[in-house]
Design a protein around this ligand. Structure first.
Ligand code: NAD
Length: 488
């Protein structure tokens, strides 16, 4: 009805410092109610063209500013996001389905911190210099921004992952055209409203909203965008690699995972169980770093399983804006169906579902009956070859299986196409190092999970990606290096 459409939030693209309406729009749903509540621009070639032009025009001035000037602007943007933290958190929770608690404590603080972190780290890089005394030469390297950076981000940690790209890109002096996920565009649009006040010059940050197939691909194929930083699925990354190949673009690809937790019989279960619960189900299991294969040494297998399932049953699933809720709604109806189908397939193969989907009943408040909810689900008696043990599910589903020896579990943990993050639980220091070294995984957490130092490289091996992000790694990705030799 007219009344309804009037109350819808309508987003606009942000190009050259101005909000620009689009000729067509996509519906965006509130995952916790199933209602359409927002219209997202359905941008294509034309809008991307305008954004790239604005970014190109802004590049000469922005790239010639000193790191300190850029740093001050990034810090100001961080201040402004922090001032509006509550509004951003509410919007992220409504748009994505995640709990308000998670948005308040993880997503938005980290989005602000991303700007603060790169505002600082950009001031501290040193380039290399070598001397060749016998030739009378010194060599040194200089680094310069590349140009217009194309940034594409997913829906699971919307503002968190988008700012993890925008911050280093502009700190290094590039200008950007970013495309957030069409399913979670609201907080990116809200951030655009802060750009002017933060002192970000027009055209330095441009945001084009729309689908991957239209807006995303137009960006990937644009000849004046020499680098693409992408976070999303492995399948999309293959497409982006193909489409960008004719232009020889520089790519950073942060992709999916099928992350193992390896729990030895000397693990401290009082720490391990609550952390593994979080690593399996935090953010509805929609974090690329989430655990979905739990290998438990046989001696403690039944005790672990009993305690883990008992704790999983205590997790409260429901209205994301209720601060006592642990798990909100999944991103979309289609995604919920996909996740549920994995559970069905496991069942058909003879696996056991110990709690959650199809086993326990989900009681939702009246306003959330049409939301995309499911309970934390634990699967066992599942074979390593099963799709539930091989493919990324990206939902609140985790498999628990026993193992006997260190040698065996390393082989099984490595037996998937992915290699993003692994956790190892043991009180034996020697074993922890040994196992960590042999896991095919870009990140290994031992006796903890998701503890990050943004200085250090983040990224995956195998089908989990190409390249790393972090203080030094992002600086190297977003700059072009040159070696200069001086003879005296
Ligand atoms: P997705 O690949 O479907 O979409 C990611 C982004 O790419 C979206 O903005 C989308 O619109 C865009 N896109 C889709 N097709 C495109 C195309 N042909 N050309 C250009 N852009 C295109 O991923 P998703 O479903 O939004 O996110 C979930 C995935 O992201 C999971 O696989 C998850 O593991 C992964 N992820 C990885 C990391 C990491 O750091 N490694 C972090 C978060 C999420």
């Amino acid at each position: 009805t007219m009344a309804q459409s009037k109350s819808l939030l309508v987003l606009e693209n942000f190009i050259g410092g101005k909000f620009v309406p689009c000729s067509s729009y996509i519906d965006s749903y509130n995952p916790s109610t199933g209602d359409v509540y927002c219209k997202v621009p359905d941008s294509g070639k034309e809008e991307v063209e305008a954004a790239v032009k604005a970014a190109k025009d802004a590049f000469p001035v922005w790239s010639s500013k000193s790191p300190l000037e850029r740093s001050q602007i990034l810090n100001k943007l961080a201040d402004l996001i922090e001032q509006d933290l509550e509004a951003f958190a509410q919007a992220e929770s409504k748009d994505q389905g995640k709990t308000i608690t998670f948005a308040r404590t993880v997503d938005i603080p980290r989005a602000a911190y991303n700007f603060r972190f790169f505002a600082s780290s950009i001031l501290h890089h040193v380039t290399e210099c070598t001397e060749m005394a016998t030739m009378g030469c010194v060599h040194y390297t200089s680094r310069a921004p590349v140009g217009v950076a194309g940034l594409i981000s997913p829906w699971n940690l919307p503002l968190y992952l988008l700012t993890w790209k925008i911050a280093p890109a502009i700190a290094c002096g590039n200008t950007v055209v970013a495309k957030p996920s069409e399913m979670t565009s609201v907080t990116a649009w809200m951030m655009c409203k802060l750009m002017e006040k933060a002192g970000v010059p027009h055209g330095v940050v441009n945001i084009v909203f729309g689908t991957g197939a239209k807006a995303g691909e137009a960006l990937v194929c644009h000849p004046d965008v020499p680098l693409i930083s992408f976070t999303g699925s492995t399948l999309t990354a293959q497409r982006i690699t193909e489409k960008s190949a004719p232009h020889c673009k520089r790519l950073s690809l942060e992709l999916g995972g099928k992350n193992p937790a390896i729990i030895f019989d000397d693990a401290d279960l009082s720490q391990c169980i609550p952390t593994t619960l979080r690593s399996s189900f935090a953010n509805q299991g929609e974090i690329c770093l989430c655990t979905s294969r739990i290998f438990v040494q046989r001696g403690i297998y039944s005790e672990f399983l009993k305690r883990f399932v008992a704790e999983a049953k205590k997790w409260k699933t429901g209205n994301p804006s209720d601060p006592t809720v642990n798990m909100g709604a999944l991103i979309s109806k289609e995604h919920l169906e996909k996740v549920r189908n994995y559970v069905k397939k496991a069942q058909a193969e003879g696996a056991k579902i110990l709690c959650g989907e199809g086993v326990d009943s989900l009681a939702l408040p009246p306003g959330n009956q049409k939301g995309y909810f499911m309970l934390p689900t634990v699967i066992t008696e599942v074979k390593d070859e099963s799709c539930c043990m091989q493919e990324e599910i990206f939902g609140p589903v985790t498999c628990v299986v026993p193992f006997d020896t260190e040698e065996e579990v390393i082989k099984r943990a490595n037996g998937v196409k992915y290699g993003l993050a692994a956790t190892v639980w043991s009180s034996n220091v020697g074993r922890v190092h040994r196992v960590a070294h042999r896991l095919q995984s870009g990140l290994v957490w031992t006796n903890c999970w998701l503890v990050r130092d943004l200085n250090l490289p983040f990224g995956g091996m195998k089908a989990s990606g190409i390249g790393r992000e972090g203080a030094k790694d992002s600086y190297e990705f977003f700059t072009e290096v040159k070696t200069i030799t001086i003879k005296h």
